[in-house]
Design a protein around this ligand. Structure first.
Ligand code: KG4
Ligand code: ZN
Length: 347
């Protein structure tokens, strides 16, 4: 049994968590997430402000996570070291290395997106490989086939905006606050039923696509965002049509994600679909996935909002997997803005 402290500072959440266990039998002992509210004023994350806020928060957040877990000795530290804002990542990485050195315990760098892959397994015992994974966050959109932990086949990704980014930009066009995803979802539910005046094309979804086509699994949301912009510009009464436009945008985005995920699960004969990332908080998306997959005998797993968005428990969980394989980072561990997810197998 290993006790791991996880640290996550890749974007605008300062988070620490303690978990212990072995293999897929893991218990989260504490999870503290401090969201940096300050970025709301700017309508997006300001990197330098994020770094400074992490510096202020990191000690109390880690102390709190340690206290809540019973203050027992930890065996190792897992920290997000890529991808993300380098200045923000460095706060977590520097702290993790200093603590590991002081306590003479191993430190392991974790890829943020691999963390998202593990998040759902913390709550659902069956959300383990083999499965089809759809990771949809503010910075990334990835469709993967996960044959086993550490064996990831990247099938598709976004060619432009990430799914969460599309929600955030559309929210801005509709005059909603940042981050926009939850606001767009709420507005979409206020659409008058049967209001079908707006319908946007499903990007990169055509009947004649084959698995060997480069756009079979990829997604692209910038055209959809432009379609929303045009709708906002041309409608006579934006105030009146906001909910209908938000609903039509969400329909197109969700349909696209459900279709691409279906292709992946069918192609690899998977019986489980695992969702992750902030956009997996979208109840309409999760329901659409369940409606598509459950009649086919495929189970859909989505994390609760606390584990869907950025958190250190998922980082500790992914770190534990690597530690159990005998891996660890050295004290020259660095932070990287982008890096391929480790364990990629050829598509
Ligand atoms: O995973 P996450 O917390 O951070 C990144 O790693 O990017 O994801 C944040 C993203 C934001 O773009 C936010 O608008 C979106 O997740 N999001 C949602 C919902 N809740 C959060 N998007 C759609 N519907 C939601 N309910
Ligand atoms: Zn994330």
């Amino acid at each position: 049994m290993t006790r791991v402290l996880g640290i996550e500072t890749s974007c605008d959440e300062t988070s620490a968590a303690v978990l212990d266990g072995s293999g897929d039998d893991v218990s989260v002992r504490s999870l503290v997430i401090l969201s940096q509210d300050v970025h709301r004023i700017f309508g997006g994350v300001v990197p330098e402000i994020a770094s400074r806020a992490h510096l202020t928060a990191i000690v109390p957040v880690i102390e709190r996570a340690m206290q809540e877990s019973g203050d027992r000795a930890i065996d190792a530290i897992a920290v997000t070291n890529a991808p993300g804002l380098v200045g923000a990542l460095l706060v977590g990485v520097s702290f993790a290395k200093a603590l590991a050195f002081a306590r003479n315990i191993p430190v392991i760098g974790v890829h943020h997106m691999e963390g998202h892959l593990f998040a759902t397994a913390l709550e659902h015992r069956d959300a383990v490989p083999p499965f089809t994974a759809l990771l949809v966050s503010g910075g990334h959109t990835m469709l993967l086939d996960v044959e086993a932990w550490g064996h990831y086949r990247l099938l598709g990704r976004t060619r432009d905006d990430a799914a969460g980014e599309a929600f955030d930009k559309v929210a801005k066009l509709l005059g909603l606050p940042y981050p926009g995803g939850p606001h767009v979802e709420r507005l979409a539910t206020q659409r008058t039923s049967g209001d079908g005046r707006f319908r946007f094309a499903r990007p990169m979804v055509r009947r004649d696509q084959a698995p060997t086509d480069p756009d079979f699994y990829d997604v692209s949301f910038s055209g959809l965002k432009t379609a929303v912009l045009n709708a906002v510009k041309t409608t006579a009464d934006v105030e009146h049509d906001r909910a209908a436009i938000a609903g039509a945008f969400q329909d197109a985005l969700i349909d696209t994600l459900v279709e691409k995920t279906t292709r992946a699960a069918r192609q690899f004969g998977r019986e489980r679909v695992v969702l992750g990332g902030g956009v997996a908080c979208n109840v309409t998306l999760v329901r659409a996935m369940q409606e598509r997959f459950e009649p086919r005998g495929v189970q859909v797993f989505a994390p609760s909002p606390r584990l869907a968005t950025d958190n250190a428990a998922m980082i500790a969980r992914a770190g534990l997997f690597h530690l159990e394989r005998g891996e660890q980072s050295s004290l020259d561990l660095n932070a990287f803005a982008s890096q391929p997810i480790p364990g990629l197998v050829a598509a």
